[in-house]
Design a protein around this ligand. Sequence first.
Ligand code: ZN
Length: 166
Amino acid sequence: MATCQRCKKSGILVRVDAHDVCRSCRQVMTRDALQRAKSIADAAEQIDRGERLDLRLARCETILEHAGVLRSYGELGVWVEDVDPGEVLSRFRERKREIVHGALADIVEGASGRAAGATSTSTRRGALEKGLEKIESLKTWLDDPKEALRYENDLASRIARLVDAP
Ligand SMILES: [Zn+2]
């Protein structure tokens, strides 16, 4: 007696394929896989158009989510032509990381630029501390938040030098 891996239906009337998936599940997964592949392509295009930072990062997350599902479908023998879920996963993990690092570098540059242009030590400190706050909220997008450390250290050392100044 066959049991479908996906819907768990079993019985003498249930026919499963080589991956132990029934016909109706295979159809559902095939349709869903095509839809997800399209969503991945759309999101990738929107990231390239250069939207706001949080939107670009959210789209990377969306792509990773779809690719994760496609990978699990692949294990059940459902593939979308020209889409390699493993490749999509590694490409967009890296893309997301690059976007975050670019933004962290911009924060450091912006904060130290504003600090340099400030006329008082307290304004200077404020600009640098604001930068640290921004890093704090942005680093949650990193798989390893420790990667944000060098940006934090950069601003923290500028703050420390302010304190040391006469
Ligand atoms: Zn099924």
